[in-house]
Ligand binder design. Structure first.
Ligand code: 13P
Length: 260
């Protein structure tokens, strides 16, 4: 049966700078971005700078339509949590999005499905839009457990969410073995996983929520492989690490979106 008819999904191209760029380097990037031609209609841009560069980046981007997000969030609003940054602080700094459960948070900093679920709720509570990252390791893929791993991550993260929450959710499929390795999922493998994720969301929340959900792909997306990924029906954008550090390369990825 055909899926319910819905508006074509916009493509969301996001730059995850990770722990890169000083404030002045971030400012230079934004100046370059602003002096370049805007991407085609139907494409939204989003930048995740390090926390301390968010205010400068957000201020400079102003009303350009390019959004800003935080790479992480803590689940409490304030208190004795040395080193942490809360949702209200992120909002106040000018961001609209927060990245939740990135594989580096899970694997380097020991985050798990429980902390991811708490952070997801905090993101909604502070009026931010979360990008929830899911993805399997190489061992899990080779053991034939890619889908069951992602399903477990989704089940845990989405279990406490309302329909209103899910309407504001973005999911990023980032296979751990493709992050920073130069090895990307084939467009067909990525498409298959994206379709699996959408089916899962449809099973819980139905359409039109599932049909309108933006599912990004992340993992070694570069200007030269972006078109083959972004032309896939189920791939609604990219979450770009290394290739997003240079404004021209980031814009070239957005420019690789096939025209509708
Ligand atoms: P790379 O594009 O450097 O592989 O990083 C992907 C990523 O982790 C984006 O969040």
């Amino acid at each position: 049966m055909r899926n319910q008819v819905h508006m074509p999904r916009r493509k969301l191209i996001a730059a995850n700078w990770k722990m890169n760029k000083t404030i002045s380097e971030a400012v230079s990037f934004v100046e370059r971005l602003k002096s370049s031609p805007a991407p085609q209609p139907g494409c939204d841009l989003l930048i995740f700078p390090p926390f301390i560069a968010i205010p400068a980046v957000a201020r400079l981007l102003g009303d350009t339509g390019v959004a800003v997000g935080a790479q992480d969030i803590f689940w409490e609003n304030e208190g004795a949590f040395t080193g942490e940054i809360s949702g209200p602080m992120i909002r106040d700094a000018g961001a609209e999005y927060a990245l939740i459960g990135h594989s580096e948070r899970r694997h380097v900093f020991g985050e798990n499905d429980e902390t991811v679920a708490r952070k997801l709720m905090a993101t909604f509570a502070s009026g931010l839009r979360p990008i929830l990252c899911v993805g399997e390791t190489l061992e899990e893929r080779e053991a034939g457990e890619a889908e069951s791993t992602v399903e477990k991550q989704l089940r845990s993260a989405l279990s406490a969410l309302s329909r209103e929450n899910v309407k504001r959710l973005v999911i990023a499929y980032e296979p751990v073995w493709a992050i920073g390795t130069g090895r990307t999922a084939t467009p067909d493998d990525a498409e298959q996983m994206h379709a699996f994720i959408r089916r899962f969301v449809r099973g819980v929340f139905g359409d039109p929520i599932a049909g309108e959900l933006i599912i990004q792909y992340g993992g070694s997306v570069k200007p030269d492989n972006a078109a083959s990924l972004l032309e896939m029906e189920e791939i609604d954008g990219a979450l770009v690490g290394g290739a997003s550090l240079d404004a021209d390369s980031f814009l070239a990825i957005a420019g690789a979106i096939p025209r509708q």
